[in-house]
Design a binder for this molecule. Structure first.
Ligand SMILES: Nc1ncnc2c1ncn2[C@@H]1O[C@H](COP(=O)(O)OP(=O)(O)O)[C@@H](O)[C@H]1O
Ligand SMILES: [Mg+2]
Length: 313
C-alpha cells in the first residue's frame, strides 16, 4: 500500500468574500501519493489501450541499436504479443540475417520457403506469400534467415536502395495496426532501410554504463535518415532493459539516461530475468510462455505506454 497523504485544503479565492460557499470537495478526501518508478520519476498510471473495431493504417516502429544483446528481438516479440493481447493486429518483421526473431517464434531457419529476402529481391513475390502466422493470435511474422545477409550486398546496386523495405511493406499498412521491425545490430544499409520505412524508433538499451555511449552514434544515423530520406521519423522512446533494481549501477544508468533524454525515456523498464531465455528456447513470447511472470507484466505495461504515447495519441 502506498502511503496516504492529505491533499492541500482548498483556499477560498472567490471574488465575493462575503459569501462563504461550502468547499468544492470534502477535505477528508485522501489521495495516494504517486509512486517513484525505476527511472526515478513519478510513475504515471497507464490504462489498457482502447479496443479497436477496424484495423490500420499501421504505425511502423523499428527496434534499433547497433549493439547486440540489448533486447531488440525480445522487445519486438513481447511488445508485439502484448499489443496483440490488447486486440491490435501486429506484423513483426525479422530484419536481421541472424533470424533470431523467427527462431524465437519457433520457426526453423532451414525450413522456410520464402523469407523477407525474396520479398526484397524478387519483384514477382508478394507480401502475402511470405507472411506466416506467429503462433500468437493477431500477430503475424515476415521471417528471415541468413539469406538476408546477401540482400545487404545486392541492394547496393538497386535504384532507391534505401526505400526497398518501405516499398515492400506498403501493402501491409492497411491490414495491421502496428508493424514492428527487429533490426540487425549494425547501422548498415538494412538498418537504414528499416529507419526509412518507419514512423518511429524504439531504442532498447541495456542498463550498463558503456551502453550510453553508443546512443550518440545511433542518434547521428537517425538524424541523417531524417534529413535525407524520412523527415517524419521520430524517436518514440528509449527503453531500459535488463534492469536490476537492487544495484545502484542500474539506477544510476537510468538517472543518466533521463538527464540526457528526458521524457523520451519510457517510464516502463524491463527487469533482468532468466525467463526470457527460457521463453526463447520454447519458441514463444513470455506473455504466453510465462503469462503471469513479471517479465510478461513489464511488456504489457510497455504496450500500454507505447499505445498511449505513439498509437492512440
Ligand atoms: N530483460 C531481460 N532479462 C534477462 N535476459 C534478457 C532480457 N532481455 C533479453 N534477454 C536475453 O538476452 C539475450 C539478448 O537479447 P536479444 O533480445 O536477443 O537482444 P538483441 O536482439 O538486441 O541482440 C537473449 O538471450 C535474451 O533471451
Ligand atoms: Mg536481435
Amino acid at each position: 500500500m502506498p502511503p496516504l497523504v492529505r491533499p492541500p485544503a482548498p483556499t477560498n479565492t472567490g471574488v465575493d468574500d462575503r459569501v462563504s460557499e461550502p468547499l468544492a470537495f470534502p477535505t477528508e478526501t485522501l489521495v495516494a501519493e504517486q509512486e517513484i518508478g525505476p527511472t526515478g520519476r513519478p510513475m504515471p498510471v497507464f490504462h489498457d489501450p482502447k479496443p479497436v473495431t477496424e484495423h490500420g493504417p499501421a504505425r511502423v516502429i523499428s527496434m534499433c541499436n547497433q549493439k547486440g544483446g540489448v533486447g531488440k528481438t525480445t522487445t519486438t516479440i513481447n511488445l508485439g504479443a502484448s499489443l496483440a493481447e490488447f486486440g491490435r493486429k501486429v506484423l513483426l518483421v525479422d530484419f536481421d540475417p541472424q533470424g533470431s526473431l523467427s527462431v524465437g517464434l519457433g520457426l526453423n531457419p532451414h525450413e522456410m520457403d520464402l523469407t523477407i529476402y525474396n520479398l526484397l529481391m524478387q519483384r514477382d513475390v508478394e507480401l502475402d506469400e511470405v507472411v506466416v502466422p506467429s503462433g500468437t493470435p493477431g500477430m503475424d511474422l515476415l521471417p528471415s534467415n541468413i539469406d538476408l545477409a546477401a540482400a545487404e550486398v545486392q541492394l547496393v546496386h538497386e535504384v532507391a536502395r534505401e526505400q526497398t523495405l518501405q516499398r515492400v511493406l506498403k501493402p501491409a499498412l492497411a491490414k495491421y495496426d502496428v508493424i514492428l521491425i527487429d533490426c540487425q545490430p549494425s547501422l548498415g544499409l538494412l538498418t537504414v532501410n528499416a529507419l526509412t520505412a518507419s514512423d518511429g524508433v524504439i531504442i532498447p538499451l541495456e542498463c550498463e554504463y558503456f551502453a550510453l555511449r553508443g546512443v550518440a552514434l545511433l542518434k547521428n544515423t537517425i538524424d541523417k535518415v531524417k534529413e535525407r530520406l524520412n523527415p517524419d521519423l521520430v524517436v518514440e522512446g528509449i527503453l531500459g532493459t535488463m534492469f536490476d533494481g537492487r544495484t545502484l549501477h542500474s539506477r544510476e544508468v537510468m538517472e543518466r539516461l533521463v538527464q540526457a533524454w528526458g521524457d523520451k525515456v519510457f517510464h516502463t523498464v524491463i527487469r533482468r530475468t532468466v525467463k526470457f531465455s527460457d521463453a526463447t528456447v520454447a519458441g514463444e513470447p513470455i506473455t504466453s510462455y510465462a503469462a503471469t511472470s513479471t517479465g510478461a507484466d513489464h511488456y504489457r505495461q510497455l504496450a500500454r505506454e507505447v499505445a498511449e504515447r505513439c498509437l492512440d495519441a
